[in-house]
Design a protein around this ligand. Structure first.
Ligand code: PLP
Ligand code: COI
Length: 340
């Protein structure tokens, strides 16, 4: 095992001991197998390479304050992967196959779960793709499911620190009746131009507007949007955003803490009325937003005047992390323990 600088981990790929795989052939899923190599042998005409028949998930395992290892909301990711499979005509992976593969990948790579004190975690990346060689556009017959893991630090610069974001008016990520609400690779390719532009201009990422009316906030390429107004947690209702498991969890925590939760359209102009805002997701956790610049109109929406994360975002962040690291009672039953 290579030495890992746990405290300075970024959100990147670190080689681990093994990955778990499962093939779909002749209309059924096979047994899980363990592989040491990190590469695959793929036909040059495989469906995934040409027509992006691929879906993935992202979840995390945490080493808690008590030394125990917890995986956060594994069943929700399993269900979302089924909905992604359904959306692009791939066979549904059974929930128990998903959970077993994820748990084995964590168990067999236990040495890569970052120590509690580092605040880092083990990112788990399940992926399914079509392997059948084809040239005409149609669904593959054969598929492969792989779960690999990698220790990670924060997704956005600095972790729980405010950073600037921009609005993307020149690029859309997804259409209302398209694939924005499932986790398929094509959505991320569609978002690369806007993200790269945002990075070049010094922003963490770009928030898309609804692609039909260009009036409402959708999400950014790797995280949902939420805002705080007084005692209310507000998040977009949209058919083209990914249903974020983190966002739903934060909404539940907000309710538990006596906040009101609203899921509704958010007009761009309304950004000026919010006290706090954040990007949320498994990788992003909560990434507090300093401001959102509408670079095409020159308007700026400021959510932090002193550069610090807002009070409510901080409470929500600490509560969520508290559950994940076993510092807070898991009243919702969100954690799955892994014996390591
Ligand atoms: N939106 C997009 C486009 C994402 O890629 C992600 C990451 O998974 C999220 C939102 C956040 O979802 P979750 O909280 O389930 O990780
Ligand atoms: C996640 O938060 O798990 C994601 O998948 C976001 C991104 C890294 C694509």
């Amino acid at each position: 095992m290579v030495e890992i600088d746990w405290k300075n981990l970024v959100f990147g790929y670190v080689p681990t001991d093994c990955n778990i795989r499962c093939e779909y052939k002749n209309g059924e899923w096979g047994e899980l197998t363990v592989h040491r190599e990190a590469t695959i042998n793929l036909h040059i005409s495989a469906a995934v390479l040409h027509y992006a028949q691929e879906a993935f998930e992202g979840l995390k395992a945490f080493r808690g304050v008590d030394g125990k290892v917890r995986i956060f909301r594994i069943e929700e990711n399993a269900k979302r992967m089924q909905s992604s499979c359904n959306g692009i005509k791939m066979p549904k992976l059974p929930i128990d196959k998903f959970t077993e593969a994820v748990i084995r990948a964590v168990e067999l790579n236990k040495d890569y779960i970052p120590p509690y004190e580092t605040g880092a975690s083990l990112y788990i990346r399940p992926v399914i793709f079509g392997t059948t060689p084809l040239v005409g556009v149609r669904p593959a017959k054969d598929y492969e499911f792989i779960v690999f893991v990698t220790p990670v630090g924060p997704y956005f610069k600095g972790g729980f620190q405010t950073t600037p974001f921009m609005l993307s008016r020149q690029y859309d990520r997804a259409a209302p009746l398209g694939t924005g609400n499932i986790k398929v690779g094509g959505n991320y390719a569609a978002g690369l131009s806007a993200s790269e532009k945002a990075h070049e201009l010094g922003y963490s990422s770009a928030f898309y507007l609804d692609s039909k009316e260009k009036k409402y906030i959708d999400e950014c390429s790797a995280a949902n949007f939420f805002a705080i107004k007084g005692n209310t947690y507000i998040t977009p209702k949209s058919d083209s955003v990914l249903p974020s498991i983190t966002n739903v969890s934060l909404s539940k925590i907000a309710e538990l803490l006596g906040m009101k939760v609203e899921k509704r359209h958010i007009l761009v102009d309304e950004l000026s009325e919010f006290d706090e805002a954040g990007a949320c997701g498994t990788a992003a956790v909560i990434s507090p937003i300093e401001r959102i610049d509408d670079i095409d109109t020159g308007k700026a929406y400021i959510f932090s005047k002193d550069g610090k994360p807002g009070e409510k975002s901080t409470v929500l962040y600490n509560y969520l992390r508290g559950i994940q690291y076993g510092e807070q009672p898991d009243t919702f039953g969100w954690n799955t323990f892994v014996e390591v």
